[in-house]
Design a protein around this ligand. Structure first.
Ligand SMILES: Nc1ncnc2c1ncn2[C@@H]1O[C@H](COP(=O)(O)OP(=O)(O)OP(=O)(O)O)[C@@H](O)[C@H]1O
Length: 354
């Protein structure tokens, strides 16, 4: 079902909105404290905002009024968590420790009055979906973190939620088990309306149709995953994908930075002179020289960091980064504080309106 939410919380300085189309998975990304968990808690009914509203399908989940809202319908409505048709999956699996895996997954169905055998049969179907049938008889204490999270997914899905909320489901797991869980989630999220909070850009690329980027309690970017992450509008989004973001103003088919540098790049779409524009360029496409190069895209910088990364060396100067071969880095003999030039070919840089 489609989902729409708007929430304003003065005490937390959070004011956010999100839309999820029917069958779509939206990833919510943002630095610590940007409001991701707050947004999920409001959607799940665990936290009441000062104002805002939400609907799931054609049902109003809450309507506490707010800016631009027609207050005559459903005013003051606040459905409790269990009446929303929403399942929230937390970082930790939070299984009932005294119940077997099967009974954990069957719990919701049992508490809705279905028979024991019917609930168990239903639970087995969901255990199959998460590839964990063989764990049915175990207690939560006998599961690994990854296994417990699979069971939590089965339990959440067994309630047949119209919307699934996932709060960093991979965060508490060992990196070695995350890929298998990510694959499983990709299967169960297909065609389902879901919101996933994550710090991991790989989750966004693998699982989400669209992303919403939060910063300091506001939505600062949203759109199709590849467009938002490959053409970032914020330093945070650029940092997630590891691309350089250079911002400025469009002028005569180029981008003019605030300190007067001209950057040539391929524009993805026509832009009007004078409007804000961004340029993204991968660190691997950036060269570093000591002398000012003839390249048309060149920016001066003072080295802040030189970091070996396997077969490349990342050289940073403030927000600019370049990946050099170890040999090139050694020849330049770079150290923090050195003054250098970063340059790249216009063909390697993408410019877009901000
Ligand atoms: N229980 C609380 N009481 C008051 N303010 C809170 C509470 N929890 C969070 N906040 C504040 O609300 C804002 C949003 O926090 P929130 O936890 O939603 O961010 P987040 O993006 O989920 O962060 P993280 O990535 O660290 O989990 C922050 O300013 C935070 O300090």
């Amino acid at each position: 079902m489609s989902f729409e939410l708007e929430a304003h919380l003065a005490e937390r300085d959070v004011s956010v909105a999100i839309e999820v189309a029917e069958g779509e998975t939206v990833a919510v990304l943002g630095p610590n404290g940007s409001g991701k968990s707050t947004m999920l808690a409001v959607a799940a009914g665990l936290l009441r905002p000062d104002s805002g509203w939400a609907r799931l399908g054609d049902r109003v989940l809450f309507d506490l009024g707010g800016p631009g809202r027609d207050h005559d319908r459903g005013r003051g409505r606040w459905l409790p968590p269990h009446a929303r048709g929403i399942a929230l999956l937390a970082q930790e699996a939070l299984l009932f420790p005294h119940l077997s895996v099967l009974d954990n997954v069957a719990f919701g169905s049992r508490s809705r009055g279905r028979s024991r055998s019917e609930s168990a049969a239903h639970a087995r179907v969901w255990l199959e979906q998460v590839d964990a049938v063989e764990l049915a008889g175990r207690r939560p204490a006998e599961l690994s973190g990854g296994q417990a999270q699979r069971i939590a997914v089965a339990r959440a899905l067994a309630a047949d939620p119209a919307l699934l909320l996932l709060d960093e489901p991979m965060a508490a797991l060992d990196v070695s088990v995350a890929p298998a869980l990510r694959r499983m989630l990709r299967g169960v999220l297909a065609g389902r309306s879901a919101v996933i909070v994550t710090h991991d850009v790989l989750d966004a690329f693998t699982l989400a149709d669209r992303v919403v980027v939060l910063d300091a309690g506001r939505v600062v970017d949203s759109g199709p995953t590849a467009a938002v992450l490959e053409r970032p509008r914020t330093p945070f989004a650029a940092g997630l994908t590891g691309v350089n973001l250079i911002t400025g103003t469009a002028r005569g088919g180029r981008v003019l930075t605030a300190d007067g540098r001209r950057v040539d790049a391929r524009f993805t779409e026509p832009v009007t002179d004078g409007t804000a524009a961004g340029v993204s360029v991968r660190p691997a496409a950036v060269a570093v020289t000591l002398e000012e190069p003839p390249a048309s895209c060149r920016l001066p910088g003072r080295v802040t960091d030189v970091e070996p990364r396997g077969d490349t060396v990342r050289v940073r100067a403030g927000t600019l980064a370049a990946d050099l071969s170890p040999r090139a880095a050694a020849e330049l003999d770079l150290a923090p504080g050195a003054t250098v030039w970063f340059s790249f070919a216009a063909d390697d840089a993408t410019a877009y309106p901000l």
